[in-house]
Design a protein around this ligand. Structure first.
Ligand code: FMN
Ligand code: MN
Length: 482
């Protein structure tokens, strides 16, 4: 089902008994984070705080606090199936004759029916404030050593100044004062690329609009690692099975979700940097204070009754793990288009997604595990993966006991470990230099003679099926009740 906006999603959660209102006064300084964190940890309901100290606006949290709720939010009864559909939609049509092209037409028509739609009258512009003050928003400080309050679920909308293509990304924003905030778009992300493109065009400023609160598919799409020039609003439309409505922001030439709760309009100066952080981050550590671009707000538009959304990141597992799992499932079929022998992928939340990727392959030839690592290290945000473990196709990559058992049995460290250097996620604190450092691949597949392994490789230990059937049959007879 396509939720129109955050309000409608919250109503649906309430109807399912998955929304709890907190009406007593609460403090956005640490207290709300602790409450929400406990609720996520126990798989509890979404929260709507209606009495937040220092702000007139309510705050919604724990919107994606379980996998089931996240799947409900995104209309994903079966994320793997939806991933397959996505793959068939974007797969290039057979380039045969006329009839093949004709057959591809419905697919193209379906895809284009998910493209965002421009509207002129939008709820997110019911109230327009041309003298904005960010400190009036109920922005949370989530951990004690944080450099200040951070907007944690912003939908940052930009356009490539050269091509006009849209990007939507979620990049946290530290509120410095009423008019400025940090823009923590990492070096490798879409927004940052647009900033660089603006500079290359000789422009001083990149127009930026930040939507706060939208339908859940749009919120998710901002976190999805799509290739650079692919519009995240199309992915949101695909998930909703209805186009996202966009409206041009009031004072900048950027399109924003029409049903957003708030829109912060402004710009990022192409050369300006300011110290941002520290911030208690996804990694479970404080990401270090560092120089990042600065967002200047020049107008805030909003609904008459806006709700401010927030999340808490920190030591895994937190709410963002469930959004990450959706990405893992949706993007597997796309990875398989490029590396067809990939069978499954797991990015366990404790590995913070970029720290550990476990991939199973149908191995046919020598060196294929290494080829798989190199392919993944060449692919979009996967390029930031610090450790890649490759196992055979029969290994369940989601079962960590099985992975540890197989991997530690199967590797000879002197032969099977690949150490390379390459780009690293901005959040990595272990490499001597920021953004660049060591990566490790582990080939835990069964080794072939062509790979120099001429010893016998032992079989798995499996009880014959006829003995299993016999014991099944005689179970009660042995005197066991169940
Ligand atoms: C809660 C949350 C906070 C995030 N904060 C940041 C951030 O501060 N900076 C960043 O570059 N990515 C952040 N991400 C990850 C990006 O949203 C993600 O990499 C996304 O794919 C970026 O989109 P892009 O490829 O269009 O740049 C965050 C993700 C989540 C779920
Ligand atoms: Mn993008």
């Amino acid at each position: 089902m396509a939720f129109r906006d955050l309000h409608e999603y919250l109503r649906a959660l309430e109807a399912r008994g998955e929304l709890q209102r907190v009406t007593v006064p609460v403090d956005p300084y640490l207290e709300m984070a602790e409450i929400a964190d406990r609720m996520v940890a126990r798989g509890g309901p979404a929260l709507l705080f209606t009495n937040v100290k220092g702000s007139q606006f309510p705050v919604a949290m724990n919107l994606f606090g379980t996998q089931a709720r996240t799947n409900f939010a995104l209309g994903l009864d079966d994320p793997d199936r939806v991933g397959q559909t996505l793959r068939t939609l974007i797969q290039p049509p057979e380039v045969g004759g006329f009839w093949d092209k004709l057959r591809a037409l419905p697919k193209l028509a379906e895809l284009s029916s998910y493209f965002p739609k421009l509207v002129h009258d939008a709820p997110c512009q019911e109230v327009v404030d041309n003298d904005p003050d960010l400190t009036k928003l109920p922005v949370l400080t989530t951990w004690p050593q944080d450099g200040g309050p951070f907007i944690t679920l912003p939908l940052v909308c930009t356009r490539d100044p050269a091509t006009g293509r849209r990007n939507l990304g979620m990049y946290r924003m530290q509120v410095f004062d009423g008019k400025t905030a940090g823009m923590h778009w990492h070096l490798h992300k879409g927004g940052r690329y647009h900033q660089i493109a603006a500079k290359n065009q000789g422009e001083r400023r990149l127009p930026v609009a930040v939507a706060l609160g939208a339908d859940p598919a749009t919120i998710y799409a901002a976190t999805a690692p799509l290739p650079r020039d692919i519009d995240e609003f199309i992915l949101a439309g695909f998930l909703r099975r209805a186009p996202v409505e966009l409206v041009r922001a009031k004072t900048v030439d950027v399109e924003v979700p029409a049903h957003a709760e708030f829109v912060l309009e402004g710009y990022v100066d192409v050369d300006e940097l300011r110290m941002e952080g520290p911030f208690g981050d996804h990694t479970g550590y404080y990401s270090l204070a560092d120089l990042y671009p600065v967002f200047h707000v020049t107008a805030i538009t909003r609904r008459r009754d806006p709700i401010y959304p927030a999340t808490v990141v920190g030591r895994p597992i937190k709410e963002d793990a469930y959004l990450g799992k959706v990405t893992e499932r949706l993007f597997l079929p796309l990875i398989q288009m490029l590396v067809p022998d990939v069978v499954d992928i797991s990015m366990p939340p404790a590995g913070v997604f970029h720290n550990l990727v476990i991939v199973s392959i149908a191995k046919h030839y020598p060196g294929q595990a290494r080829q798989t690592m190199y392919a993944l290290w060449g692919m979009g945000q996967m390029a930031n993966a610090k450790h890649i473990v490759v196992v055979d196709k029969d290994v369940n990559v989601h079962d960590m006991d099985e992975v540890i058992w197989r991997v530690t049995n199967n590797i000879d460290a002197a032969r099977d470990v690949v150490i390379v250097e390459g780009p690293l996620d901005d959040l990595d604190h272990a490499s001597p230099r920021a953004h660049f450092g060591g990566k490790m691949g582990i080939d835990a597949t069964r080794k072939l003679p062509e790979e120099g392994h001429t010893r016998v490789w032992p079989d798995d230990i499996v009880m014959p099926p006829e003995i299993k059937a016999l014991v099944d049959r005689r179970w009660q007879e042995y005197g066991f009740r169940s």
